[in-house]
Design a protein around this ligand. Structure first.
Ligand code: HEM
Length: 280
């Protein structure tokens, strides 16, 4: 079907003079974006490797921003609005996990063509990934060390490690609703990962046995579980991608590699929200 010459959607109607207005590429700083893409070998797959890391870092930054916004709302005592931000986190996590499908097309031989080029660099040193973990509550002093040479990255990470996690803020709301959360949990050492607490579990059991009465807390808990569920999927896909690419060789970051990543699969961010399934 041909278009009438002056149809409003005809390409001739599109703006073409950007001498004095912002174009698509200007607004998005595409030259800067592309300039960050600098393979150091001529290996075909290094391009893919860098692209998938870059895309992942962009999603991680978005996740941090949405998590922080949701946490500020939780801190202000709001339970419904954070669901919107957390839903966005869940969707962004799906994009992160899907990225493995593209990277998995790289074979071990493809990878070996450029592995030598990046020395000790590793995703283990991703400040954005650590920030997401810290905001979610998985905190260990040792994970800060790779950032000591960069005070601009180390400072915010250290701050996040001393501040309540998304789960700490949720438990404060549960307590504010009159459910019993022990003072020891509310005043816990925030620099440590969470540990399952029977009284917290009892409070969640009340919520889960009467969802209609505690609907907002119930929805919030289930949304947090979605976030952790997706986090586990990312971890699992990373681990299997690593194993099919480098087997059980040491990681470029110095850990045992796939074995280290397998152990990390046991991490639990919101222990009571998982245990409740067994106890209900
Ligand atoms: C074939 C590609 C990849 C391989 C072979 C690989 C390998 C590894 C290994 C072996 C580790 C353990 C730490 C170490 O280096 O010793 C690790 C950690 C990590 N990698 Fe990858 N990786 C790949 C792709 C990616 C991508 C695309 C991302 C996206 C951001 C990523 C993010 C991370 C993160 C965040 C960690 C730290 C995990 C933790 O401490 O729990 N990796 N990677």
């Amino acid at each position: 079907m041909s278009r009438p010459e002056h149809h409003p959607d005809a390409p001739e109607q599109a703006y073409t003079d950007f001498t004095r207005s912002l174009s698509y590429g200007d607004y998005l700083q595409l030259d800067t974006l592309k300039s960050a893409h600098r393979p150091v070998t001529t290996a075909h797959d290094e391009h893919l490797f860098i692209a998938v890391h870059h895309v992942s870092e962009v999603w991680l930054e978005l996740i941090i921003r949405e998590l922080r916004a949701a946490m500020a709302q939780l801190e202000a005592g709001i339970t419904d609005a954070p669901l919107k931000g957390l839903t966005r986190v869940v969707r962004a996590q799906e994009q992160l996990t899907n990225a493995w499908e593209v990277l998995k097309t790289m074979t071990p031989a493809d990878y070996l063509q450029f592995r030598h080029a990046f020395g000790q660099a590793s995703g283990f040193q991703s400040a954005a990934y650590r920030m997401v973990e810290f905001l979610l509550g998985n905190r260990f002093e040792a994970l800060l060390r790779p950032h000591e040479h960069r005070p601009d990255l180390h400072g915010p990470l250290q701050e996040a490690m001393q501040a309540p996690s998304v789960y700490d803020l949720t438990l404060r709301l549960v307590a504010a609703r009159g459910l019993s959360i022990p003072q020891a949990v509310l005043n816990r050492d925030l620099s440590q990962p969470p540990v399952l607490n029977e009284d917290v579990l009892a409070a969640w059991l009340q919520v889960y046995r009467d969802p209609a009465h505690y609907w907002d807390l119930y929805e919030l808990a289930e949304k947090l579980l979605d976030v952790e569920d997706n986090f586990r999927r990312w971890r699992f896909n990373h681990m299997t991608t690593v194993e099919r690419t480098i087997g059980f060789k040491r990681g470029s970051g110095g850990t045992s590699g796939a074995a280290y990543l397998r152990r990390a699969l046991d991490t639990v961010l919101f222990p009571e929200l998982w245990e409740i399934r067994t106890r209900l």
